[in-house]
Design a binder for this molecule. Structure first.
Ligand code: SF4
Length: 112
């Protein structure tokens, strides 16, 4: 039977505590350095869209179309055929009017 002295046990706990502190500090620094700011409007518009992810709009799924809308890369909101039938373009147009770009400008994308 191996006997472990209290001193050895204390060292092991101390080393683990220091390692935990160092790894935690490393993760905190990495979170700051690699932080990517996400426009919450993309998530909101994705939630408004039908979420059929059919690709009929020409973008890779509803999240892709929402990103294109926010970035001004989509031509019009009626590109989403399933959503156009249920009035989604008007809802998104109103949402964009109420949630302007960070510089204060309003996305000029049209409903049709
Ligand atoms: S057409 Fe509409 S439902 Fe289909 S992927 Fe594009 S946004 Fe989503």
């Amino acid at each position: 039977m191996i006997l472990v002295s209290a001193f050895t046990l204390l060292w092991a706990v101390l080393i683990l505590a220091v390692l935990g502190l160092l790894f935690g500090l490393g993760l905190a620094i990495a979170a700051k350095v690699f932080y990517v700011e996400v426009d919450t409007r993309i998530e909101d518009i994705t939630a408004i869209l039908p979420n059929a992810n059919c690709g009929a709009c020409g973008f890779p799924g509803c999240a892709g179309f929402a990103e294109a809308i926010v970035e001004g890369k989509a031509e019009n909101l009626s590109q989403c055929k399933p959503g156009a039938k249920s009035g989604k373009p008007e809802i998104i147009r109103k949402y964009l009017d109420e949630h302007p770009n960070p510089d204060g400008s309003v996305n000029p994308i049209k409903v049709k």
